[in-house]
Design a protein around this ligand. Structure first.
Ligand code: WTA
Length: 635
């Protein structure tokens, strides 16, 4: 394979010859041109690599755009291709999941074992009255049962709504209420930093605030004592052992669905108001996650893939649960903190389990980089062949450390840009691509991206603007759950026909994209996506706060840190104690990840004449920068 002839601008890392020689896509530019010329053909060919219960009539239907449909007419269930298909082959004996708990306990599940437990739990869900289309909330840590629960929901055609285990009372309550779930699947607790996260207690408190949940299924993880409400709460392992085996019941069928039936909803923060539920479907999402993972991380049978995200976020949905299983891959999952008991925990596990691909976030890389090279140097990391990053722009310094200290200069880094809404990688290299540290490179095969100004015109290369995507893609969100208008308004109204990402970016002269960050009221804290509105409403729910405004300010480790400005109610006065109380209040309501780094008391907030808080002005003031155009500022 020849080296690319074109010389690229800036600092470029060309892929090692052996990587190119073995890659699924040895010729990046070639497949790009091919898929660009016939992108529906590209996706149809990917879909053909999977099994279908009935074929599609149409690859993509845009007759009701932006309500696009994919693989219209097909009959499928993602679980068929993720599990059922494999247990009919030699892969039944292959490991689907290798898991290590924070205390050091381990569990491995073959495809056979995972398929069996999912089938059993699907029966349990049915016996508790769950039906096709019902929403089921899952609130757990990183343990194998969260994967079982998600797949069991999908298997019976129920819609899972996973709430990240690091969220707390009000965040959980709001999501249960909005989805009107009748069932909650949780765990007694989870291990993090040597301590128990008391998930069941948090769930109990959330349930006191809402009425829809009839039953709670509790996985025994930590074994500490929890309150079980008779008639409402059941232990997962007790239920699995119940004799459900009327003839035929022991081998539950996977419910075959229409292509566009919902697979899951996942709440994420948007521009205004409370978090909204993004809807993903069985067919398109299946094809998108399958193909992107296969090509971008060059998956092979012998790989041991580790996506170190949490199943509670989209990265975990697509690339811990569905993508790897659709590819018949072996995944590794770890329950706890990267630095417990020492900062070499990850490197130790890579050596121990022979991990070949590590996919994580810049914040984790920066966090581990802090402890120096000696920790990874103690371990044999030679099993690694590829690295990946996601969640926020990676600063070149962290990129280079990751490349050198972890990848030993041998492992290309796949910087994948995508979103909860996109469901799959959208701007990303493949292993044969020349890399530039800090750039997610180019759109995935068949996709086109642009950087545009307020007027919708493409800005010159090198200039900043709004990042938009030009073509629909199979794993795209279908709508916002229960709010079609908001879906159209938020993503398709500013530049009709083009999908608005909410990110600002630049494109360089080589066509490489450089993501700058969110332009809306979303803050990325340690790679986690949070909305200013949710944090503000948590602050205002405290008796002392009349009004609050929240912004994200640059933070070396977390990317952004939360800064809150509060106007106190009459009768309360500013104090350090109150600052701490408010921080703790936010952590209790939303979760420790939302805890403000700083709380500042103020008498007034900059607002537009129509009463909207101008967070941009607060940010400029905090950073000592120009306030920009303040002509709409209230007197
Ligand atoms: C940001 C996470 C730069 C971006 C999968 C996007 C990134 C938001 C990258 C979505 C990347 C994600 N480089 N920024 N490689 N990947 N982002 O929904 O701002 O939690 O809009 O999905 O993360 O966050 P979400």
């Amino acid at each position: 394979m020849p080296q690319p002839i074109t010389s690229l601008e800036g600092e470029v890392y060309y892929p090692p010859q052996e990587v190119i020689a073995q890659a699924h896509v040895p010729d990046w530019d070639g497949l790009q041109a091919e898929a660009d010329a016939d992108y529906l053909g590209f996706w149809e060919a990917r879909a053909r690599e999977l099994e279908w219960q009935a074929p599609w009539r149409m690859v993509m239907d845009d007759s009701r755009a932006p309500f696009y449909k994919w693989f219209l007419g097909a009959r499928t269930n993602i679980v068929h291709n993720a599990l059922d298909r494999h247990v009919a082959t030699w892969r039944r004996n292959k490991l689907a999941l290798i898991w290590e708990g924070e205390p050091g306990d381990q569990r491995s599940l073959s495809y056979h074992a995972l398929h069996r437990e999912v089938g059993q739990f699907a029966q349990v869900l049915k016996s508790m009255g769950a039906e096709r289309g019902d929403r089921i909330t899952i609130y757990m840590g990183r343990i194998p049962e969260i994967i079982v629960a998600m797949l069991a929901c999908a298997k019976i055609g129920a819609v899972h709504s996973v709430v990240y285990g690091g969220f707390s009372v009000e965040a959980l309550h709001g999501r249960i209420e909005d989805s009107q779930s009748k069932l909650l699947i949780t765990a007694d607790g989870g291990w993090l930093n040597g301590k128990i996260v008391r998930l069941k207690d948090i769930a109990d408190e959330a349930l006191r605030r809402c009425a829809s949940v009839e039953h709670v299924i509790v996985v025994r993880r930590t074994g500490h004592e929890v309150r079980m409400e008779p008639g409402r709460d059941f232990w997962y392992d007790d239920l699995l052992q119940l004799p459900l085996s009327r003839p035929g019941n022991d081998r539950p069928q996977t419910e075959i669905l229409d292509a566009e039936e919902p697979l899951y909803i996942l709440y994420t923060s948007g521009t205004t108001g409370k978090p909204k539920a993004i809807v993903h479907t069985h067919a398109g999402y299946q094809v998108g996650t399958y193909a992107t993972l296969k090509y971008v991380f060059d998956l092979r049978e012998e790989d041991r893939w580790w996506c170190a995200a949490d199943p509670g976020w989209v990265t975990g949905h697509s690339y811990i649960v569905y993508g790897p299983l659709l590819n018949g891959a072996t995944s590794f999952m770890y329950e706890g903190a990267p630095t417990y008991p020492y900062p070499d925990r990850w490197w130790r596990m890579i050596e121990k389990y022979g991990i070949t691909i590590l996919y994580t976030a810049p914040t984790a890389i920066r966090g581990l980089m802090r402890f120096g090279d000696a920790w990874p140097a103690r371990h044999d990391l030679s099993s690694l062949r590829l690295l990946g990053t996601v969640g926020e722009p990676i600063n070149p310094e962290a990129w280079k450390w990751y490349h050198r200290a972890i990848g030993k200069g041998r492992c290309p880094i796949m910087d994948t840009w995508w979103q909860t809404e996109t469901g799959m990688f959208m701007i990303t290299p493949v292993p044969s691509a020349p890399l530039k540290p800090g750039s997610a490179t180019k759109p995935f095969f068949g996709q086109q991206a642009e950087v545009v100004g307020e007027d919708g015109q493409v800005v010159p290369d090198g200039e900043e603007g709004n990042l938009v995507l030009k073509r629909p893609w199979p794993a795209m969100l279908r709508t916002i759950y229960g709010d079609d208008d908001r879906y159209v308004e938020q993503y398709w109204s500013k530049y009709p026909g083009r999908y608005l990402t909410g990110d600002s970016a630049k494109r360089d002269r080589d066509g490489y994209f450089w993501i700058i960050g969110r332009v809306d009221d979303v803050i990325k804290v340690s790679g986690y996506r949070l909305g200013t509105a949710e944090i503000e409403s948590a602050l205002v729910s405290h008796a002392s706060v009349a009004e609050a405004a929240v912004i994200g300010l640059p933070d070396e480790l977390k990317g952004h840190a939360i800064h809150a400005f509060c106007i106190l109610r009459a009768g309360y006065s500013p104090s350090i104690q109150l600052q701490e109380e408010l921080k703790a209040h936010v952590a209790h309501e939303i979760g420790p990840i939302a805890r403000p780094a700083e709380i500042q008391f103020t008498d007034a907030l900059p607002k537009t004449r129509s009463g909207k808080i101008m967070r941009r002005v607060l940010k400029a003031r905090a950073l000592g920068m120009s306030e920009g155009d303040t002509s709409t500022l209230e007197e």
